[in-house]
Design a binder for this molecule. Structure first.
Ligand SMILES: *Cc1c(COP(=O)(O)O)cnc(C)c1O
Length: 450
Protein backbone atom coordinates (compact mmCIF):
# COMPACT_ATOMS: atom_id res chain seq x y z
CA UNK A 1 0.00 0.00 0.00
CA UNK A 2 1.15 3.48 -0.93
CA UNK A 3 2.10 5.72 2.00
CA UNK A 4 -0.42 8.54 1.75
CA UNK A 5 0.69 11.88 3.20
CA UNK A 6 -1.81 14.27 4.74
CA UNK A 7 -3.35 16.80 2.38
CA UNK A 8 -3.43 20.53 2.88
CA UNK A 9 -0.88 23.19 2.06
CA UNK A 10 2.02 21.11 3.47
CA UNK A 11 1.73 18.70 0.55
CA UNK A 12 4.79 19.21 -1.71
CA UNK A 13 3.73 21.85 -4.23
CA UNK A 14 5.11 20.28 -7.38
CA UNK A 15 3.96 18.28 -10.34
CA UNK A 16 5.41 14.79 -10.33
CA UNK A 17 4.33 11.98 -12.64
CA UNK A 18 5.48 8.47 -11.72
CA UNK A 19 3.10 6.55 -14.03
CA UNK A 20 1.07 7.27 -17.13
CA UNK A 21 -2.23 9.13 -16.43
CA UNK A 22 -4.36 7.40 -15.30
CA UNK A 23 -1.99 4.90 -13.68
CA UNK A 24 -2.67 1.23 -12.87
CA UNK A 25 -4.14 1.84 -9.40
CA UNK A 26 -6.59 4.43 -10.75
CA UNK A 27 -7.50 2.16 -13.66
CA UNK A 28 -8.26 -0.70 -11.26
CA UNK A 29 -10.45 1.61 -9.14
CA UNK A 30 -12.23 2.78 -12.27
CA UNK A 31 -13.01 -0.84 -13.17
CA UNK A 32 -14.57 -1.30 -9.71
CA UNK A 33 -16.51 1.89 -10.20
CA UNK A 34 -18.00 0.69 -13.48
CA UNK A 35 -19.58 -2.28 -11.71
CA UNK A 36 -21.35 -0.27 -9.02
CA UNK A 37 -21.58 3.45 -9.83
CA UNK A 38 -24.33 4.64 -12.18
CA UNK A 39 -23.11 5.48 -15.67
CA UNK A 40 -24.98 8.80 -15.61
CA UNK A 41 -22.46 10.14 -13.07
CA UNK A 42 -19.63 11.10 -15.39
CA UNK A 43 -15.87 11.52 -14.82
CA UNK A 44 -13.67 14.19 -16.39
CA UNK A 45 -10.33 12.59 -15.52
CA UNK A 46 -10.35 9.08 -14.01
CA UNK A 47 -7.53 9.48 -11.50
CA UNK A 48 -8.54 8.61 -7.95
CA UNK A 49 -7.40 11.15 -5.39
CA UNK A 50 -5.86 10.27 -2.05
CA UNK A 51 -4.71 13.69 -0.82
CA UNK A 52 -4.81 17.30 -2.01
CA UNK A 53 -3.79 20.77 -0.91
CA UNK A 54 -2.59 24.12 -2.22
CA UNK A 55 -2.46 23.70 -5.99
CA UNK A 56 -1.90 19.93 -6.24
CA UNK A 57 -3.86 16.68 -6.26
CA UNK A 58 -2.14 13.42 -5.30
CA UNK A 59 -3.52 10.25 -6.89
CA UNK A 60 -3.62 6.57 -5.98
CA UNK A 61 -0.50 5.86 -8.08
CA UNK A 62 1.53 8.56 -6.36
CA UNK A 63 1.25 11.09 -9.19
CA UNK A 64 1.06 14.72 -8.16
CA UNK A 65 -1.11 16.79 -10.53
CA UNK A 66 -1.56 20.54 -10.90
CA UNK A 67 -5.11 21.58 -10.11
CA UNK A 68 -6.78 24.16 -12.38
CA UNK A 69 -10.27 22.98 -11.42
CA UNK A 70 -10.58 23.30 -7.62
CA UNK A 71 -13.36 20.70 -7.71
CA UNK A 72 -15.36 23.11 -9.93
CA UNK A 73 -14.58 26.33 -8.09
CA UNK A 74 -15.23 24.79 -4.67
CA UNK A 75 -11.89 24.58 -2.86
CA UNK A 76 -10.92 28.20 -3.47
CA UNK A 77 -9.22 28.20 -0.05
CA UNK A 78 -7.32 25.05 -1.04
CA UNK A 79 -8.06 21.45 -0.13
CA UNK A 80 -7.89 20.62 3.56
CA UNK A 81 -7.27 24.29 4.38
CA UNK A 82 -5.98 24.51 7.99
CA UNK A 83 -8.78 26.80 9.27
CA UNK A 84 -11.38 24.52 7.71
CA UNK A 85 -9.77 21.34 9.08
CA UNK A 86 -9.46 22.68 12.63
CA UNK A 87 -13.02 24.01 12.82
CA UNK A 88 -14.51 20.92 11.20
CA UNK A 89 -12.50 18.60 13.49
CA UNK A 90 -13.65 20.47 16.58
CA UNK A 91 -17.28 20.54 15.43
CA UNK A 92 -17.42 16.90 14.41
CA UNK A 93 -16.22 15.87 17.87
CA UNK A 94 -18.81 18.14 19.51
CA UNK A 95 -21.98 17.19 17.61
CA UNK A 96 -22.69 16.35 13.98
CA UNK A 97 -26.39 17.11 13.53
CA UNK A 98 -29.47 18.21 15.39
CA UNK A 99 -31.46 19.72 12.50
CA UNK A 100 -31.56 23.50 12.80
CA UNK A 101 -35.37 23.36 12.51
CA UNK A 102 -35.58 21.12 15.59
CA UNK A 103 -32.96 22.43 18.02
CA UNK A 104 -30.74 25.21 16.61
CA UNK A 105 -27.03 25.96 17.10
CA UNK A 106 -24.81 29.02 16.85
CA UNK A 107 -22.78 28.08 13.73
CA UNK A 108 -25.81 28.49 11.45
CA UNK A 109 -26.51 31.95 12.84
CA UNK A 110 -22.85 32.91 12.50
CA UNK A 111 -22.77 31.86 8.83
CA UNK A 112 -25.89 33.98 8.20
CA UNK A 113 -24.21 36.92 9.97
CA UNK A 114 -21.20 36.53 7.68
CA UNK A 115 -23.44 36.34 4.59
CA UNK A 116 -25.25 39.51 5.66
CA UNK A 117 -21.91 41.25 6.08
CA UNK A 118 -20.23 40.03 2.87
CA UNK A 119 -22.95 39.97 0.20
CA UNK A 120 -23.62 43.14 -1.83
CA UNK A 121 -26.15 45.64 -0.48
CA UNK A 122 -26.32 47.72 2.69
CA UNK A 123 -29.90 46.78 3.50
CA UNK A 124 -31.25 44.52 6.26
CA UNK A 125 -30.72 40.89 5.19
CA UNK A 126 -31.82 37.38 6.01
CA UNK A 127 -30.39 34.05 4.86
CA UNK A 128 -31.52 30.43 4.69
CA UNK A 129 -29.03 27.58 4.36
CA UNK A 130 -29.26 24.49 2.16
CA UNK A 131 -27.08 21.62 0.91
CA UNK A 132 -26.47 22.27 -2.77
CA UNK A 133 -26.51 25.04 -5.31
CA UNK A 134 -29.58 23.69 -7.06
CA UNK A 135 -31.45 23.63 -3.78
CA UNK A 136 -30.51 27.27 -3.14
CA UNK A 137 -31.77 28.27 -6.60
CA UNK A 138 -35.04 26.35 -6.08
CA UNK A 139 -35.57 28.18 -2.81
CA UNK A 140 -34.73 31.59 -4.26
CA UNK A 141 -37.48 31.01 -6.84
CA UNK A 142 -39.91 29.84 -4.16
CA UNK A 143 -39.21 32.95 -2.10
CA UNK A 144 -39.52 35.33 -5.08
CA UNK A 145 -42.84 33.79 -6.12
CA UNK A 146 -44.21 33.90 -2.61
CA UNK A 147 -43.15 37.52 -2.07
CA UNK A 148 -44.42 38.86 -5.41
CA UNK A 149 -47.49 36.64 -5.78
CA UNK A 150 -46.35 36.17 -9.41
CA UNK A 151 -45.27 33.02 -11.22
CA UNK A 152 -43.05 33.74 -14.23
CA UNK A 153 -39.29 33.37 -13.97
CA UNK A 154 -36.94 34.70 -16.64
CA UNK A 155 -33.64 32.91 -17.31
CA UNK A 156 -30.98 33.31 -19.97
CA UNK A 157 -29.50 31.44 -22.90
CA UNK A 158 -26.42 29.47 -21.77
CA UNK A 159 -27.62 29.56 -18.14
CA UNK A 160 -26.78 26.80 -15.71
CA UNK A 161 -28.69 26.63 -12.44
CA UNK A 162 -28.61 22.93 -11.52
CA UNK A 163 -30.07 19.48 -12.18
CA UNK A 164 -33.24 19.24 -10.05
CA UNK A 165 -36.55 19.53 -11.87
CA UNK A 166 -37.04 23.28 -11.47
CA UNK A 167 -33.36 24.05 -12.03
CA UNK A 168 -33.22 21.81 -15.14
CA UNK A 169 -35.98 24.00 -16.51
CA UNK A 170 -33.84 27.07 -15.76
CA UNK A 171 -30.72 25.49 -17.25
CA UNK A 172 -30.37 26.15 -20.97
CA UNK A 173 -28.35 23.25 -22.34
CA UNK A 174 -30.13 20.03 -23.32
CA UNK A 175 -27.28 17.51 -23.51
CA UNK A 176 -26.37 16.18 -20.97
CA UNK A 177 -28.46 18.07 -18.41
CA UNK A 178 -32.03 17.74 -19.71
CA UNK A 179 -32.11 15.01 -22.36
CA UNK A 180 -34.92 12.58 -21.55
CA UNK A 181 -35.66 14.09 -18.12
CA UNK A 182 -38.82 16.08 -18.92
CA UNK A 183 -41.48 17.22 -18.36
CA UNK A 184 -39.91 20.34 -16.91
CA UNK A 185 -41.34 22.92 -14.53
CA UNK A 186 -43.58 25.55 -16.09
CA UNK A 187 -43.57 29.36 -16.18
CA UNK A 188 -39.90 29.60 -17.12
CA UNK A 189 -39.08 32.03 -19.97
CA UNK A 190 -35.73 32.25 -21.74
CA UNK A 191 -34.15 35.38 -23.16
CA UNK A 192 -30.84 35.97 -24.98
CA UNK A 193 -27.65 36.39 -22.98
CA UNK A 194 -25.37 39.34 -23.63
CA UNK A 195 -22.64 37.16 -25.14
CA UNK A 196 -20.24 39.55 -26.86
CA UNK A 197 -18.41 37.00 -29.06
CA UNK A 198 -21.63 35.51 -30.41
CA UNK A 199 -23.95 38.52 -30.51
CA UNK A 200 -25.36 38.50 -34.07
CA UNK A 201 -24.07 41.98 -34.91
CA UNK A 202 -20.80 41.68 -32.98
CA UNK A 203 -19.46 42.65 -29.56
CA UNK A 204 -20.08 46.40 -29.89
CA UNK A 205 -23.68 45.82 -30.89
CA UNK A 206 -24.02 43.46 -27.94
CA UNK A 207 -23.21 46.29 -25.56
CA UNK A 208 -25.72 48.55 -27.26
CA UNK A 209 -28.54 46.08 -27.99
CA UNK A 210 -28.64 43.21 -25.49
CA UNK A 211 -30.47 44.97 -22.70
CA UNK A 212 -33.20 46.39 -24.92
CA UNK A 213 -33.75 43.00 -26.59
CA UNK A 214 -34.21 41.36 -23.19
CA UNK A 215 -36.56 44.07 -21.93
CA UNK A 216 -38.59 43.96 -25.11
CA UNK A 217 -38.98 40.16 -25.00
CA UNK A 218 -40.08 40.26 -21.37
CA UNK A 219 -42.59 43.00 -22.22
CA UNK A 220 -44.05 41.34 -25.30
CA UNK A 221 -43.89 37.65 -24.38
CA UNK A 222 -44.35 37.57 -20.60
CA UNK A 223 -45.54 40.94 -19.30
CA UNK A 224 -43.52 42.62 -16.57
CA UNK A 225 -46.33 42.35 -14.04
CA UNK A 226 -46.31 38.55 -14.32
CA UNK A 227 -42.61 38.19 -13.60
CA UNK A 228 -41.63 37.06 -10.10
CA UNK A 229 -37.89 36.94 -10.76
CA UNK A 230 -35.11 37.38 -13.26
CA UNK A 231 -32.23 35.02 -12.48
CA UNK A 232 -28.75 35.43 -13.93
CA UNK A 233 -25.17 34.34 -13.27
CA UNK A 234 -23.15 37.59 -13.25
CA UNK A 235 -20.49 35.63 -15.13
CA UNK A 236 -22.01 32.50 -16.61
CA UNK A 237 -20.27 29.30 -15.51
CA UNK A 238 -21.11 25.98 -17.20
CA UNK A 239 -22.51 27.87 -20.20
CA UNK A 240 -19.03 29.08 -21.15
CA UNK A 241 -17.65 31.69 -18.72
CA UNK A 242 -19.59 34.36 -20.56
CA UNK A 243 -18.91 37.87 -19.28
CA UNK A 244 -21.66 40.35 -20.19
CA UNK A 245 -20.54 43.84 -21.21
CA UNK A 246 -20.41 46.47 -18.46
CA UNK A 247 -23.80 48.03 -17.95
CA UNK A 248 -25.86 44.96 -18.83
CA UNK A 249 -26.30 43.63 -15.27
CA UNK A 250 -26.86 47.09 -13.87
CA UNK A 251 -29.50 47.85 -16.51
CA UNK A 252 -31.18 44.53 -15.78
CA UNK A 253 -31.23 45.24 -12.04
CA UNK A 254 -32.73 48.69 -12.67
CA UNK A 255 -35.38 47.20 -14.95
CA UNK A 256 -36.31 44.68 -12.24
CA UNK A 257 -36.52 47.41 -9.61
CA UNK A 258 -38.79 49.50 -11.87
CA UNK A 259 -41.23 46.62 -12.26
CA UNK A 260 -41.24 45.00 -8.82
CA UNK A 261 -39.34 41.98 -10.13
CA UNK A 262 -36.98 40.16 -7.77
CA UNK A 263 -33.46 40.26 -9.23
CA UNK A 264 -31.62 37.04 -8.33
CA UNK A 265 -27.86 36.84 -8.84
CA UNK A 266 -26.74 33.21 -9.00
CA UNK A 267 -23.22 33.60 -7.59
CA UNK A 268 -22.79 29.89 -6.92
CA UNK A 269 -19.73 29.64 -9.18
CA UNK A 270 -18.62 33.29 -9.28
CA UNK A 271 -18.92 34.05 -5.56
CA UNK A 272 -16.54 34.03 -2.61
CA UNK A 273 -13.47 35.79 -4.03
CA UNK A 274 -13.35 33.80 -7.29
CA UNK A 275 -13.50 36.86 -9.57
CA UNK A 276 -11.33 39.11 -7.41
CA UNK A 277 -14.08 40.45 -5.18
CA UNK A 278 -16.37 38.78 -2.66
CA UNK A 279 -19.04 38.58 -5.38
CA UNK A 280 -18.97 39.17 -9.13
CA UNK A 281 -22.03 41.48 -8.87
CA UNK A 282 -19.84 43.96 -7.01
CA UNK A 283 -17.68 44.57 -10.09
CA UNK A 284 -20.30 46.99 -11.42
CA UNK A 285 -21.80 47.88 -8.08
CA UNK A 286 -24.89 45.79 -8.87
CA UNK A 287 -27.00 45.06 -5.79
CA UNK A 288 -29.20 41.99 -6.25
CA UNK A 289 -32.38 41.43 -4.23
CA UNK A 290 -31.42 37.78 -3.63
CA UNK A 291 -28.04 36.06 -3.99
CA UNK A 292 -27.56 32.31 -4.23
CA UNK A 293 -24.20 30.93 -3.05
CA UNK A 294 -22.68 27.47 -2.70
CA UNK A 295 -19.47 26.08 -4.28
CA UNK A 296 -16.73 28.26 -2.75
CA UNK A 297 -18.55 28.90 0.52
CA UNK A 298 -17.31 26.06 2.74
CA UNK A 299 -13.93 24.79 1.57
CA UNK A 300 -15.43 21.63 0.06
CA UNK A 301 -18.22 20.74 2.47
CA UNK A 302 -21.76 20.81 1.09
CA UNK A 303 -23.41 24.09 1.98
CA UNK A 304 -25.51 26.60 0.05
CA UNK A 305 -27.43 29.74 0.87
CA UNK A 306 -30.04 32.20 -0.26
CA UNK A 307 -29.35 35.69 1.09
CA UNK A 308 -31.40 38.77 0.44
CA UNK A 309 -33.57 41.66 1.45
CA UNK A 310 -35.28 41.01 4.77
CA UNK A 311 -38.72 42.00 3.47
CA UNK A 312 -38.48 39.47 0.63
CA UNK A 313 -36.94 36.63 2.65
CA UNK A 314 -39.31 37.13 5.60
CA UNK A 315 -42.40 37.13 3.40
CA UNK A 316 -42.41 33.33 3.67
CA UNK A 317 -44.39 31.82 6.59
CA UNK A 318 -42.54 29.77 9.26
CA UNK A 319 -42.03 26.21 8.02
CA UNK A 320 -42.15 27.27 4.35
CA UNK A 321 -38.39 26.91 3.92
CA UNK A 322 -35.86 24.38 5.16
CA UNK A 323 -34.70 20.79 4.90
CA UNK A 324 -33.33 18.12 7.23
CA UNK A 325 -29.65 18.80 6.59
CA UNK A 326 -29.70 22.45 5.49
CA UNK A 327 -26.96 24.36 7.32
CA UNK A 328 -25.49 21.22 8.87
CA UNK A 329 -23.24 22.20 11.81
CA UNK A 330 -20.09 20.61 10.31
CA UNK A 331 -20.66 22.41 6.99
CA UNK A 332 -21.26 25.68 8.87
CA UNK A 333 -17.99 25.22 10.78
CA UNK A 334 -16.25 24.67 7.46
CA UNK A 335 -17.78 27.84 6.02
CA UNK A 336 -16.60 29.90 8.99
CA UNK A 337 -13.09 28.47 8.53
CA UNK A 338 -13.19 29.14 4.79
CA UNK A 339 -14.36 32.74 5.22
CA UNK A 340 -11.66 33.27 7.86
CA UNK A 341 -9.07 32.00 5.34
CA UNK A 342 -10.41 34.21 2.54
CA UNK A 343 -10.01 37.25 4.79
CA UNK A 344 -6.69 36.40 6.41
CA UNK A 345 -5.03 35.52 3.08
CA UNK A 346 -6.92 38.24 1.15
CA UNK A 347 -7.96 35.71 -1.48
CA UNK A 348 -9.75 38.36 -3.56
CA UNK A 349 -6.37 39.97 -4.16
CA UNK A 350 -4.92 36.53 -4.93
CA UNK A 351 -7.69 35.96 -7.47
CA UNK A 352 -6.92 39.29 -9.16
CA UNK A 353 -3.23 38.38 -9.23
CA UNK A 354 -4.04 35.00 -10.82
CA UNK A 355 -6.05 36.81 -13.51
CA UNK A 356 -3.17 39.24 -14.07
CA UNK A 357 -0.86 36.28 -14.71
CA UNK A 358 -3.23 34.10 -16.72
CA UNK A 359 -5.03 36.54 -19.01
CA UNK A 360 -1.95 38.06 -20.71
CA UNK A 361 -0.41 34.62 -21.24
CA UNK A 362 -3.65 33.31 -22.73
CA UNK A 363 -3.96 36.37 -24.99
CA UNK A 364 -0.43 35.73 -26.22
CA UNK A 365 -1.38 32.11 -26.86
CA UNK A 366 -4.38 33.32 -28.87
CA UNK A 367 -2.03 35.31 -31.13
CA UNK A 368 -0.10 32.12 -31.92
CA UNK A 369 -3.06 29.73 -32.20
CA UNK A 370 -5.98 31.15 -34.20
CA UNK A 371 -8.15 28.28 -32.92
CA UNK A 372 -8.56 30.48 -29.82
CA UNK A 373 -11.36 32.88 -30.74
CA UNK A 374 -11.76 34.51 -27.36
CA UNK A 375 -9.95 34.91 -24.03
CA UNK A 376 -12.21 36.08 -21.23
CA UNK A 377 -12.97 36.04 -17.55
CA UNK A 378 -12.23 37.95 -14.40
CA UNK A 379 -9.83 37.17 -11.57
CA UNK A 380 -9.38 33.41 -11.23
CA UNK A 381 -12.44 32.58 -13.37
CA UNK A 382 -10.83 32.49 -16.80
CA UNK A 383 -11.51 30.71 -20.10
CA UNK A 384 -10.61 30.40 -23.77
CA UNK A 385 -13.19 29.63 -26.47
CA UNK A 386 -12.11 27.51 -29.45
CA UNK A 387 -13.53 27.81 -32.96
CA UNK A 388 -12.49 26.93 -36.49
CA UNK A 389 -9.99 29.72 -37.22
CA UNK A 390 -11.55 32.86 -38.60
CA UNK A 391 -15.12 31.67 -37.92
CA UNK A 392 -17.50 31.32 -34.99
CA UNK A 393 -18.01 27.63 -35.71
CA UNK A 394 -17.38 25.88 -32.35
CA UNK A 395 -14.48 23.43 -32.21
CA UNK A 396 -15.28 20.95 -29.43
CA UNK A 397 -12.87 18.36 -30.91
CA UNK A 398 -9.80 20.61 -30.48
CA UNK A 399 -11.10 21.61 -27.05
CA UNK A 400 -11.26 17.96 -25.99
CA UNK A 401 -7.84 17.29 -27.54
CA UNK A 402 -6.19 20.14 -25.61
CA UNK A 403 -7.90 19.07 -22.37
CA UNK A 404 -6.78 15.47 -22.95
CA UNK A 405 -3.17 16.53 -23.56
CA UNK A 406 -3.21 18.61 -20.37
CA UNK A 407 -4.60 15.67 -18.39
CA UNK A 408 -1.93 13.30 -19.67
CA UNK A 409 0.73 15.84 -18.68
CA UNK A 410 -0.65 16.13 -15.15
CA UNK A 411 -2.71 19.31 -15.38
CA UNK A 412 -6.37 19.12 -14.38
CA UNK A 413 -8.40 21.43 -16.62
CA UNK A 414 -12.16 21.49 -17.21
CA UNK A 415 -14.19 22.24 -20.29
CA UNK A 416 -17.59 23.94 -20.48
CA UNK A 417 -19.80 25.87 -22.86
CA UNK A 418 -23.09 25.25 -24.63
CA UNK A 419 -21.06 23.97 -27.58
CA UNK A 420 -18.42 22.15 -25.50
CA UNK A 421 -15.71 24.38 -26.94
CA UNK A 422 -14.51 26.31 -23.90
CA UNK A 423 -11.52 25.47 -21.69
CA UNK A 424 -12.03 26.97 -18.27
CA UNK A 425 -9.50 27.60 -15.55
CA UNK A 426 -10.48 27.73 -11.89
CA UNK A 427 -7.33 27.20 -9.84
CA UNK A 428 -7.51 27.18 -6.06
CA UNK A 429 -6.84 30.78 -5.03
CA UNK A 430 -3.94 29.62 -2.83
CA UNK A 431 -2.02 28.08 -5.75
CA UNK A 432 1.66 29.07 -5.90
CA UNK A 433 2.77 31.21 -8.83
CA UNK A 434 5.41 28.74 -10.00
CA UNK A 435 2.80 26.02 -10.22
CA UNK A 436 0.43 28.39 -12.01
CA UNK A 437 3.09 29.24 -14.59
CA UNK A 438 3.97 25.56 -14.99
CA UNK A 439 0.31 24.78 -15.62
CA UNK A 440 0.24 27.46 -18.31
CA UNK A 441 3.40 25.97 -19.86
CA UNK A 442 1.62 22.61 -20.08
CA UNK A 443 -1.38 24.28 -21.68
CA UNK A 444 0.90 25.95 -24.21
CA UNK A 445 2.48 22.57 -25.08
CA UNK A 446 -1.00 21.11 -25.45
CA UNK A 447 -1.92 23.76 -28.03
CA UNK A 448 1.40 23.17 -29.80
CA UNK A 449 0.61 19.44 -30.08
CA UNK A 450 -2.81 20.07 -31.70
C1 LIG B 1 -22.83 24.53 -9.90
C2 LIG B 1 -23.87 25.55 -10.08
C3 LIG B 1 -25.20 25.36 -9.65
C4 LIG B 1 -25.66 24.05 -9.05
O1 LIG B 1 -24.99 23.76 -7.85
P1 LIG B 1 -25.01 22.24 -7.30
O2 LIG B 1 -24.36 22.35 -5.96
O3 LIG B 1 -24.25 21.42 -8.27
O4 LIG B 1 -26.45 21.84 -7.22
C5 LIG B 1 -26.10 26.40 -9.83
N1 LIG B 1 -25.73 27.56 -10.37
C6 LIG B 1 -24.47 27.78 -10.79
C7 LIG B 1 -24.11 29.11 -11.36
C8 LIG B 1 -23.50 26.78 -10.68
O5 LIG B 1 -22.26 26.99 -11.14
Amino acid sequence: MLQVPHGGPELPQRRNLVTEIPGPASRALFERRLGVVARGVSTTLPVFITAAGGGVLLDADGNSLIDFGAGIAVVSVGNAAPDVVSRVSAQVAQFTHTCFMVTPYEGYVEVCEQLARLTPGEYEKRSALFNSGAEAVENAVKIARHYTGRQAVVAFDHAYHGRTNLTMALTAKNMPYKQGFGPFAGEIYRVPMAYPLRWPDGPDACRAEALSVVKSLIHTQVGESNVAAVIIEPIQGEGGFIVPPDGFLRGLADFCADHGIVFIADEIQSGFCRTGDWFASSHEGVVPDLVTTAKGIAGGLPLAAVTGRAEIMDAVHPGGLGGTYGGNPVACAAALGAIETMESLDLSARARRIGDIMLPRLRKLAETYPVIADVRGRGAMVAVELTRPGTLEPDPASTAAVAGACHRAGLVVLTCGTFGNVLRFLPPLVIGEELLEEGLDILEDAFASL
